[in-house]
Design a protein around this ligand. Structure first.
Ligand SMILES: CC(C)(COP(=O)(O)OP(=O)(O)OC[C@H]1O[C@@H](n2cnc3c(N)ncnc32)[C@H](O)[C@@H]1OP(=O)(O)O)[C@@H](O)C(=O)NCCC(=O)NCCS
Length: 332
């Protein structure tokens, strides 16, 4: 299999593959050709949240987009030029030579991948090609970690893409660090904030809305919301969604309804935000995904065994999305 960048003619086929995957994960929105092009262009969609370069800083990156084609039941090494060829498996990987924080140097990261569920065996050669490229780059580790560029901020590979989970395990990758997606439509008019003082810390440019609660001048809890990643801004329907990044309440203030009050206050705020914010959002896939009026739906991730968080969001009527898995393989 060859490593190549996509030509425009591959977009339709790529969009079809990507939409098969994203349509089964909240927010259940196909991204189409426009969104696919934006995904291809996206490098570090979450950079805006790390202006000082911390955990996600990349010193050097080598983008690489794989395409693997096949037809019928047999995978063929047919050239992309072949008019009959259909893209069956695809991924973008990057070598990240120096990353501060926990991820360590020299890793090969898979930003996203998609494999035709009708031909799941194409996943095997795709993963083999990724490993080969990672070895060629000298990476000691290849990983599917952190946020998947196909999604609204969640990590790894959702278990509803079972045809992918199976292939990674068959190729000897370690399945680890699950995250559970939760999502819900928020009530427009409910408030629970009695007795707490709320303060906002807003960075519209980065798409960050921090809310902190105080009691008698002491910090009691906080809730951070992020916009949908910028490269998905132009996908129809995304403007109704926002990402609940974190909610936490100091131990001594827990079980007094503060977390629920913080989330409800965020919901109220985003449903009422002014139309003037619309002007900050750029054209499809190019600007910040700033929701304008009427954000209705929140999406978030938590550890599957975080019973307090699950209880909290269940009490707000949230539904469960899939568990997402991260994978990693030591290559030498
Ligand atoms: C999760 C957390 C934010 C909840 O904060 P809180 O202020 O205590 O939650 P609330 O008092 O608003 O509780 C609202 C509902 O959530 C559920 N809930 C809260 N804590 C719970 C617990 N420990 N076990 C089970 N359900 C719980 C209950 O349904 C509760 O309603 P009820 O009190 O009427 O029964 C808090 O436990 C926390 O800060 N945990 C550590 C950080 C964290 O894990 N954050 C979640 C990351 S997404």
């Amino acid at each position: 299999m060859e490593t190549r960048l996509y030509a425009t003619k591959d977009l339709e086929s790529l969009a079809r593959l990507i939409d098969i995957h994203v349509s089964v994960v909240p927010p259940f929105l196909p991204v189409g050709i426009g969104g696919t092009r934006a995904i291809l262009d996206a490098r570090d969609p979450w950079d805006a949240h790390y202006p000082e370069g911390g955990f996600h800083s990349v010193c050097e990156e080598t983008p690489c987009v794989f395409g693997l084609e096949g037809s019928g039941a047999t995978l063929q090494a047919s050239p992309l030029e072949s008019p009959k060829a259909i893209l069956r498996a695809t991924a973008r990987i990057r070598r990240i030579d120096a990353v501060s924080g926990a991820t360590g140097p020299g890793q090969c990261f898979i930003d996203w991948l998609a494999v035709d569920p009708a031909l799941p065996e194409s996943g095997g050669p795709l993963i083999a090609a990724i490993e080969a490229k990672a070895r060629e780059w000298g990476c000691p580790v290849a990983a599917v970690e952190g946020r998947n560029h196909l999604g609204a901020g969640w990590f790894g590979i959702p278990e509803v893409w079972s045809h992918l989970l199976d292939r990674f395990e068959a190729a000897g990758w370690d399945r680890r660090d699950p995250w559970l997606i939760l999502y819900g439509a928020m009530p427009a008019d409910r408030r629970d904030g009695e007795g707490w003082e709320f303060r906002w810390d807003v960075n519209e440019k980065a798409g960050e809305w921090g809310l902190t609660a105080f009691r008698d001048g002491r910090k009691a809890g906080e809730c951070m919301v992020w916009g949908i990643p910028s490269h998905l801004a132009g996908v129809p329907g995304m403007e109704k969604w926002i990402n609940l990044e974190y909610v936490g309440v100091e131990e001594e203030f827990q079980r007094r309804g503060l977390a629920r009050a913080l989330v409800l206050e965020q919901a109220r705020f985003h449903q009422e935000r002014g139309a003037s914010m619309a002007s900050l959002a750029g054209p499809a896939g190019r600007g910040l995904a700033l929701p304008t009026l009427g954000v209705k739906n929140f999406i978030l991730m938590t550890e599957p065994d975080n019973h307090a968080a699950r209880g909290l969001f269940e009490s707000l009527g949230f539904a469960y999305g899939p568990v997402c898995w991260q994978f990693r393989k030591r290559l030498r």
